[in-house]
Ligand binder design. Structure first.
Ligand code: DLL
Length: 462
């Protein structure tokens, strides 16, 4: 069935839907959200979700092909079109897209709706060249807020909670994306944004939020700031952290939960696909982000061969959006390395494992591949070493060198920490297979970040 010809429905008040995606949403939408309870769509079975996915996918392909030159040209060149998708498996016939695909459409040529239907723009930071621009219709913003609210509720946040939102506001999707979701849930948002660390501490003390939203590394920086102010972070009002936007390990979760005496839940997303809220983690199980498959169709591919891999296999995460009007995204290569796992508490929606790293952030050191998360995992297993570290890459006599700069914990005497540092070097050699230098730094000397932390400083000549 082609959604483009779906009957107009009452969800749009009897009016003609604006476009194919709006029509598909209207035709497949379930009962409205009750803020305190799961959305009806969260509780669907895999079969029910797949039926919705197929309709929404057909509509998304039609919408993108008819309204975005770049998709039409790409599909014409590959000899495929929207009508070639008759089952979910047919998605594999369609070519991948990536950041470059969106950059080539800079600034607004990737939008599938007229500009007067675009209500908001965000953009990814883009360390080099042009940023990647993303746009949202009113409906897109509303669905984003609903999904964010869904993630928060799933992570234990309740209507009526006070939520301290320390994700950065602005072009980054973290701040505003979370903001509207908090409001949608019926909680109170403190729109703090990142930075002004002392002020953050003061407001947490005074406003007594139950929940904090920020990157995991920034929450650690806040823990230090609490202690520097003579306060015990374990005594704060915080009970839940909803943390994401950068890779973090189970060891880091433990570190954060101990530091604040809270539950730390993961939240995943990326601006191209929507922003935060593509997946969220259950408060009860803490077993990885559940991906909301009524809005996104995930795949895992082998990054080299581009072959689609089965459930449980590690590879690169690829997303297709199912309900986005302004910026439909089809088979977008995220570069995030992880695996898909079966659904648990929301059995119809698959989960993702932790992101071990990004394929474009992998360090290749004298032929050995490694990710900063591996160092984090090892370092946090050694007493006396703090979670604050940086990796510096240099080249000496044509040989690549890696120095791990890591702070000792304030309560660990220097001499004892030096032994821990030596142990870190030994374990990196054994577990990762690469020798490196360790520079034991004093507490509070390495750079902190108020958002995504930069771990790797690559000083090797290009
Ligand atoms: O970081 C959106 C976001 C904001 C997610 C707040 C969660 C919380 P981008 O700036 O486009 O969007 O960066 C997306 O960040 O491809 C991953 O590499 C990484 N990332 C995001 N969430 C996680 C997570 C936002 N929970 C990129 N674990 C993604 C690991 C994450 N990496």
């Amino acid at each position: 069935m082609s959604i483009a010809t779906a009957p107009e429905t009452s969800a749009t008040g009897g009016q003609q839907p604006r476009n194919a995606v709006a029509a598909a949403i209207a035709a497949t939408e379930l009962a409205p959200t009750n803020r305190a309870k799961p959305d009806a769509a969260e509780l669907l079975s895999t079969e029910e979700i797949e039926a919705i996915q197929l309709k929404r996918l057909q509509a998304t392909l039609r919408h993108a092909y008819d309204n975005i030159d770049a998709y039409r040209e790409l599909y014409d060149a590959h000899g495929v079109g929207p009508d070639d998708l008759q089952s979910l498996e047919d998605l594999a016939k369609f070519p991948f897209t990536d950041k470059e695909f969106l950059r080539n459409a800079y600034p607004f040529k990737s939008f599938a709706v007229p500009m007067d239907e675009v209500r908001r723009i965000h953009a990814s930071s883009g360390t080099t060249g042009k940023p990647t621009v993303v746009g949202y219709t009113e409906g897109d913003i509303d669905r984003w807020a609903t999904l964010l609210a869904r993630c928060l509720r799933y992570s234990g946040v309740r209507p009526g909670d006070i939520v301290h939102n320390a994700y950065g506001y602005g072009l980054f999707t973290g701040g505003l994306g979370a903001h509207y979701g908090i409001e949608k849930l019926g909680a109170t948002v403190i729109p703090m944004s990142g930075g002004q660390t002392e002020k953050q501490i003061q407001l947490i003390q005074d406003f007594k939020p139950r929940v904090i939203l920020c990157t995991p590394t920034y929450l650690l920086a806040l823990a230090d700031a609490f202690r520097n102010a003579g306060l015990d972070p374990r005594e704060s009002s915080l009970e839940i952290g909803v943390l994401g936007a950068e890779p973090w390990t189970e060891e880091m979760r433990h570190e954060i939960e101990q530091a604040f005496n809270i539950k730390a839940c993961d939240i995943y997303g990326l601006s191209e696909v929507m922003g935060p809220g593509v997946g969220g983690e259950s408060w009860a199980n803490q077993d990885g982000c559940t991906l909301w498959e009524d809005h996104f169709r995930p795949e895992i591919i082998d990054p080299m061969t581009e072959e689609v891999l089965p459930l449980g296999h590690h590879g690169e995460l690829v997303f297709t959006t199912l309900t986005k009007e302004a910026l439909p995204i089809i088979r977008y290569r995220t570069h995030d390395l992880t695996r898909l796992l079966p659904g648990t508490e929301r059995s119809g929606h698959r989960r993702m494992g932790r992101i071990t790293g990004r394929s474009d952030d992998m360090i290749i050191l004298r032929g050995v591949n490694l990710f900063p998360t591996q160092i984090e995992e090892i370092a946090l297993g050694i007493e006396g070493l703090s979670p604050h570290f940086q990796l510096e890459l240099t080249r000496l006599n044509r040989m690549d060198q890696m120095t791990v700069h890591i702070e000792r914990r304030p309560e660990t005497p220097r001499e004892q920490a030096e032994q821990a540092a030596a142990e870190l070097g030994r374990q990196i050699k054994v577990k990762i297979g690469s020798s490196c230098q360790i520079n034991l730094a004093e507490p509070d000397t390495l750079a902190r970040s108020s958002g995504k932390l930069r771990r790797v400083y690559d000083k090797r000549p290009k």
